[in-house]
Design a protein around this ligand. Structure first.
Ligand SMILES: Cc1ncc(COP(=O)(O)O)c(C=O)c1O
Length: 495
């Protein structure tokens, strides 16, 4: 028995930080991040790292004893930091940007702190309702049908997989209504030869075979040819296959080409196919009225994916899947174990009934935070600037003798080829590749490449919230100055 008036010591085996230590460590971390954001160009955008180098610096055994927070942050700086690719560097122009924003960092910290897990509405009303409302805002801002059902996934690959499952579910129901059944070994889907690999991967993951994702040929602008789509569907039907879905892309990965959605929607409707739209990158541009023409016909889609983590300055990962009729997702995924049964309410959405994962992170918080922080107005002005910069660069390329545009500039991606002395074919491929490597080696920019009609193209993807005209001008100067130095004949090695 403890003597009266004495508080028993708290025998705590927990290694958790006490509130004061947390406050101190947190302040140090925020200071670190603020400095990082204040001097984004103090570091090389791409590390000089070799595979295995970081792994070799780390101990082979897990830490046994607790380490002080200050030591962990110092080790992060010393050991991990030199191996980072700086996605939030203004010279990051590879792939598609996913640099996020400062409010996104705050939101992610808050989401981690409250750590709500969205299983069903009851497990976090905040998560469920914030997700519903922010996705309604996004649909409204992008001119998409306001009655579409939206749901946040980790990536567009997952979202597209869910769209294909919904398509299959609807086709199975139609077959059942006709007194038949869906032969899973005979399904086919369609997309363009320029579509992202995630569309094909969905068919592989579902066990229907990658080859059954038909790659429809494109026109001179890298957009799907509707006549070829119609012929492919008809040929498959005649061969006894069951076409179930078409995926059109608005903003392809290689060159941001835009498939002709109205014509594709007509074909999909005439064959009774699900129409999915992959606007993972370009969907953000739908908030700009002057870019809406690219999204004509989207209201006819059955599903639509856009990644706020690409060009809406939300931290990775945040991919939104909209669907016109969530019944098919529910029909595929509504399997509620007894311990998760709850009272039904029309306003209480249980997202677990519409997707593979049960537990979900509070991703809506960062979307809400970024939309609140910048407003549609603030986001629009950055997108407009990126598009202006891409057109500026494209103009310089068109006026130059040694460079050429490799694809039309639809959004904020510029694909170019370097053709010293007017060379073409494999010589221009090799010259462009050498130039890209030389630019990346400076550490000031990180560019990636694409293959367009079998030829190598340098991709300049402008999408970072910190990228401005000065960066694009510097890149153009660098491309020109390095061009002189890399202009040996790549095949003979002679200047
Ligand atoms: C058009 C398009 N669709 C899908 C994806 C896949 O995105 P995620 O990494 O979110 O799966 C990408 C990736 O860049 C893309 O460009």
């Amino acid at each position: 028995m403890m003597p009266e008036g004495r508080t028993p010591p708290v025998p705590s085996a927990s290694p958790e930080l006490d509130p004061e230590s947390f406050r101190q460590a947190g302040r140090a971390l925020i200071d670190w991040i603020a400095d990082y954001f204040a001097h984004p160009e103090a570091v090389s955008v791409f590390p000089k790292a070799n595979p295995g180098e970081l792994a070799d610096k780390l101990p082979a055994c897990p830490p046994v004893h607790p380490s002080p927070q200050s030591e962990i942050l110092a080790d992060f700086e010393r050991v991990v930091f030199p191996h980072l690719v700086h996605w939030s560097h203004p010279g990051f122009m590879a792939y598609f940007a996913a640099g996020g924003s400062a409010p996104g960092v705050l939101a992610d910290a808050l989401a981690a702190a409250v750590n709500n897990v969205g299983l069903l509405w009851k497990s976090s009303p905040a998560l469920a309702e914030l997700e519903g409302r922010t996705l309604e805002w996004l649909a409204e801002a992008a001119g998409l049908p306001e009655d579409w059902f939206g749901m946040i996934h980790d990536t567009a690959s997952t979202a597209t997989l869910h769209a294909m499952i919904a398509a299959r579910e609807r086709a199975a129901a139609a077959a059942a209504d006709a007194g038949s059944y869906l032969d899973l070994n005979r399904l086919a889907t369609y997309t363009s030869e320029q579509a992202h690999s995630s569309v094909e991967k969905a068919m592989a993951a579902l066990g229907h075979g990658r080859r059954r994702c038909r790659k429809v040929p494109c026109d001179g602008r890298y957009a799907m040819r509707p006549d070829a789509l119609d012929r492919a569907i008809t040929a498959d039907r005649n061969a006894g296959l069951t076409p179930i879905a078409v995926t059109a892309t608005i903003g392809t990965t290689a060159s941001t080409a835009v498939d002709p959605v109205p014509a594709i929607a007509d074909i999909a409707a005439s064959h009774g196919l699900w129409l999915h739209i992959d606007a993972a990158y370009a969907g953000a541009a739908a908030i700009l009225p002057e870019m809406r023409h690219h999204f004509e016909g989207c209201e006819l889609a059955d599903s639509f994916v856009v990644n706020p983590h690409k060009w809406l300055f939300v931290q990775m990962d945040c991919s939104v899947l909209y669907t016109a009729d969530p019944r098919w997702l529910r029909s595929a995924f509504s399997l509620v174990p007894e311990y998760l049964t709850s009272q039904e309410h029309s306003r209480a959405i249980n997202y677990m009934e519409c997707a593979i994962p049960l537990g979900r992170r509070f991703r809506a918080l960062k979307l809400w935070y970024v939309l609140r922080s910048f407003g549609i107005e603030g986001i629009s002005s950055v997108l407009r600037e990126h598009i202006r910069l891409a057109r500026l660069l494209a103009g310089w390329i068109q006026d130059s003798k040694e460079f050429e545009l490799a694809a039309p500039v639809e959004f904020a991606l510029v694909c170019l080829r370097y053709r010293p002395g007017g060379c073409d074919g494999v010589r221009a491929d090799a010259a462009s590749r050498a130039l890209l490597e030389a630019v990346n080696a400076t550490g000031q920019f990180f560019l990636s490449h694409a293959e367009l009609r079998g030829r190598y193209a340098i991709r300049v993807s402008i999408g970072n919230i910190r990228t401005g005209e000065a960066h694009v001008r510097r890149l153009w100067e660098l491309l020109n100055s390095l061009a002189g130095h890399t202009a040996t004949d790549p095949l003979s090695g002679r200047p």
